[in-house]
Design a protein around this ligand. Structure first.
Ligand SMILES: NC(=O)c1ccc[n+]([C@@H]2O[C@H](COP(=O)([O-])OP(=O)(O)OC[C@H]3O[C@@H](n4cnc5c(N)ncnc54)[C@H](O)[C@@H]3O)[C@@H](O)[C@H]2O)c1
Length: 356
């Protein structure tokens, strides 16, 4: 099997056909396709079109409901509590962020909670929507799917890859968009390494007994029976106890505070992935610091960029730069989808009677 090299527009059209055949309106299908392909363009293949088979399975199982909108559970102006009703994150996430942006413009800030959204994809996408409107945007997200990440000092997976995102507009420049999972590395990257027969660095993973390992298979395929009784190992958090603390904060803020729910049960085989997201949006103009914010932020970013590059690197970057560079390159040259992922997409399409 060989990789598939495809333009972003052809890939969008393929994804949209499959999503529509799985029951979504044309508008929703286009939104899902746009969002997933944008993740590939941004260099985050783990959150791109490779998610499509999972979405199709989740729809067929009934855990993901096409054509849902958000339900407002509380609205006090600058505070919004929303329920995604297990709809596509690409639809309910867009609606929720648009409402929060409007409120932040109106009131100067908005705290928006979104519960029970299906997978919200690349969280940076939502911060970028707010940043484009001149707003600062903070996101804390939990993931209800499979407990693949171990607590610091723990010997098994207890929660998901809980992402954090901070977007800050920079006057006249491309924004700062920090957006990462609190696991040391993405689960999808371990699947790829396992398929390619590669070992990974120590510090990424523990085996089912809680011991450090370099074998990515421990989080991909069930392991031989062991004393612990666990079938899988787990990913570790980034930054030791600090990343672990941030992962717990995501569960408490994105899961508990939003009403979306936290993870506290054994793994199951259901395919749906739910995200709870707490967003805080701030309009710097309304905080009264717009002038100094703009000049001080630019001065600091320039100061960073003027620093010498370490041996082996070309330049000091800020968060958001790698995604922008990937987009420019992949828009120009197309996207490569690895053979195993493409095969899974073909099979998912067949389940909803689409030939790819
Ligand atoms: N929806 C979900 O359930 C879910 C769960 C986990 C992760 N995700 C998404 O997965 C994506 C990938 O996460 P990840 O942890 O693999 O990301 P990552 O480890 O690639 O880190 C990405 C962040 O680091 C910044 N960065 C990278 N290199 C840099 C450099 N040299 N200098 C400065 N900044 C740099 C990027 O701009 C970006 O903000 C994210 O978009 C995240 O939102 C989603």
């Amino acid at each position: 099997m060989s990789n598939t090299h495809i333009s972003a527009s052809d890939l969008r059209a393929t994804v949209a056909r499959v999503v529509q055949a799985a029951g979504s309106s044309e508008t929703e299908a286009q939104a899902v396709a746009h969002n997933l392909v944008l993740a590939n363009l941004s260099g985050h293949d783990s959150h791109g079109v490779g998610m499509l088979p999972r979405y199709v399975d989740a729809v067929l199982e009934g855990g993901l409901i096409p054509n849902q909108g958000v339900r407002v559970t509380l609205d006090t102006g600058a505070m919004l509590a929303l329920d995604g009703q297990r709809g596509y994150g690409q639809t309910v996430g867009e609606q929720a962020m648009q409402m929060a942006i409007d409120r932040a413009r109106q009131h100067g800030s908005c705290i928006m909670s979104l519960a029970q959204s299906h997978h919200l994809g690349r969280i940076g996408h939502w911060a970028e929507m707010a940043v484009e409107q001149g707003l600062v945007s903070l996101q804390f997200v939990n993931v209800l799917s499979r407990p693949v990440v171990a607590p610091w000092g723990g010997a098994d997976g207890r929660f998901g890859t809980n992402p954090v995102c901070i977007g800050v507009p920079l006057q006249g420049r491309a924004p700062f968009v920090l957006d990462f999972a609190t696991s040391r590395v993405a689960q999808g990257k371990m699947r790829v390494a396992h398929n390619e027969g590669r070992q990974v660095e120590l510090g990424y993973l523990i085996d089912p007994g809680g011991n450090p390992t370099t074998d990515p298979g421990v989080v991909v395929v069930p392991q031989p029976p062991s004393a612990s009784g666990n079938l899988f190992g787990a990913l570790m958090t980034f930054g030791e106890h600090k990343g672990y603390g941030l992962a717990v904060a995501c569960e408490l803020l994105g899961g508990a505070l939003t009403g979306s729910g936290t993870w506290h049960r054994e793994a199951d085989t259901r395919r749906a992935v739910y995200n709870g997201m707490l967003s805080v949006l701030i309009d710097p103009a309304r905080l009264g610091t717009q002038t100094s914010f703009e000049s001080e932020a630019l001065a600091f970013v320039d100061w960073l960029r003027q620093g010498p590059a370490a041996p082996g690197t070309d330049a000091v970057l800020i968060a958001g730069d790698p995604e922008r560079a990937a987009r420019a390159e992949r828009e120009r040259n197309g996207i490569t989808v690895d053979a195993a992922t493409w095969q899974e997409i073909v099979q998912a399409a067949a389940k909803v009677k689409v030939a790819v």
